[in-house]
Design a protein around this ligand. Structure first.
Ligand code: DSN
Length: 408
């Protein structure tokens, strides 16, 4: 290209280098395939297509219509959903937006929604005080148990009976155990609430059959496409057919303008990749790696919340090792390992410097790492946090270690 933007080009190279040379343990990140990246950089980014297939406000959408329908079909096929019973909207720009549009479609303003407490592993859009969601609807939050840090379904049932929410949200950003969607359905049925599952974190695990599916139980399921599902950034709203009209109206024209067709193209690519047999093997390895890494760190005396994991992530209470989550995040970052600080259930510290860090294995598993490498990573984490080996020495060690594991 003659007229290259050198400044941006340099930053892209720098970011590429950073991603290649570091160990990414951020539970919500992954590496997108070259096909996915090509799709999101394609000419679909030039198009306006407000509306839905066959009903657009602009001309020239015959190819976009086919693309959007293909993406919808792939989403339903991936999650084994009959098009007679389920529909999907692929236009929500990301997960937070998807959740807003779903609530707007199903819950009148001011009415009550029940979701997981943010500081116990929920999400901002599940009614956290700093989120607009908390201003638009009334929220009640269910905690995790104070000693096991797992869901206590009987207690959630009691809370639901007392509060009678219109909608219950199940799904988390930092919960390391299997979520029992059947029990959530029973709770929702008991109080006459809709059940919405936000499966963003575990969408890939569900697609690959390693986490139980919410679809037999939920009325509506939202997800991002870029976490364990390994696509580019975007979202899906899957709904029982009876909610089709309300959901689609809520996304467009009520919530958004034109969809990002280049994003839709890349989502279609990711959905197709997730249908391959190799994806099943990939997600199984994510969980095996998370279990292994949690186990190795536990053996070194790290306090793993709930004692382990059933999925792709786990939390560590690093205050037990004499530091805050922020300290741990910074020490690791300076040494080439990327994690995020995270609150732990019943945290007594502030969100900007909480007691924990969150560790996830989707990205390192995409690079081809397995249990043996998890042992090595646990040793590096300990050398950084406890042995306080100098960051530049550790950075070089990390760089050498990741060389054998290419990024897509
Ligand atoms: N920011 C995402 C995460 O890291 O879990 C959730 O939206």
């Amino acid at each position: 290209m003659k007229d290259k933007d050198k400044e941006v080009g340099k930053l892209i190279k720098e970011e590429e280098r950073r991603q290649k040379d570091t160990i990414n343990l951020i539970a919500s990140e992954n590496f997108v395939s070259q096909n996915g990246r090509e799709a999101i950089g394609s000419v679909f980014c030039n198009k306006y297509s407000e509306g839905y297939p066959g009903k657009r406000y602009y001309a020239g959408n015959e190819v976009v219509d086919t693309l959007e329908q293909l993406t919808q079909n792939r989403a339903l096929k991936l999650y084994k959903l009959s098009p007679k019973k389920w529909g999907v909207n692929v236009q929500a720009l990301s997960g937070a937006a998807a959740n807003f549009w779903a609530y707007f479609a199903l819950v009148p303003l001011g009415e009550k929604i029940m979701g997981q407490e943010l500081s116990h592993g929920g999400h901002l859009t599940h009614g956290a005080p700093v989120s607009h969601t908390s201003k638009i609807w009334t929220w009640v939050h269910y905690p995790v148990d104070s000693s096991t840090h797992r869901f206590e379904y009987d207690a959630i049932m009691e809370l639901a009976k007392k509060e009678k929410p219109r909608l219950i949200v199940a799904g988390a950003s930092a919960y390391s155990r299997i979520i029992d969607f059947k029990k959530f359905r029973k709770i929702a049925d008991t109080v006459g609430a809709y059940l919405m599952v936000d499966m963003a974190h575990i969408a890939g695990l569900i697609a690959g059959g390693i986490h139980p599916s919410p679809f037999p139980y939920a009325d509506i399921v939202t997800t991002t496409t870029h976490k364990t599902l390994r696509g580019t950034r975007g979202a899906l709203i899957l709904f029982k057919k009876e909610f089709e009209k309300e959901i689609n109206k809520s996304v467009f024209p009520a919530g958004q303008g034109g969809p990002h067709d280049h994003q839709t193209a890349a989502i279609a690519v990711a959905l197709n990749e997730a249908m391959r047999p190799s994806f099943k093997i990939y997600v199984r390895q994510i969980v095996q790696n998370a279990k292994a890494l949690a186990g190795f760190l536990k053996a070194k005396g790290y306090a793993i919340i709930t004692g382990g994991t059933d999925n792709h992530l786990f939390l560590i209470d690093v205050t037990k090792k004499g530091m805050s989550g922020n300290d741990a995040q910074n020490l690791l970052e300076h040494a080439g390992i990327t994690v995020n600080k995270n609150g732990i259930p019943y945290d007594t510290r502030k969100p900007m410097d909480p007691s924990g860090i969150r560790i996830g294995t989707p990205a390192v598993t995409t690079r081809g790492m397995r249990e043996k490498e998890m042992r090595a990573i646990s040793e590096m984490i300990d050398d950084i946090l406890m042995e306080r080996i100098r960051p530049e020495i550790m950075k070089a060690r990390v760089k050498k270690f990741v060389k054998k594991f290419p990024t897509p």
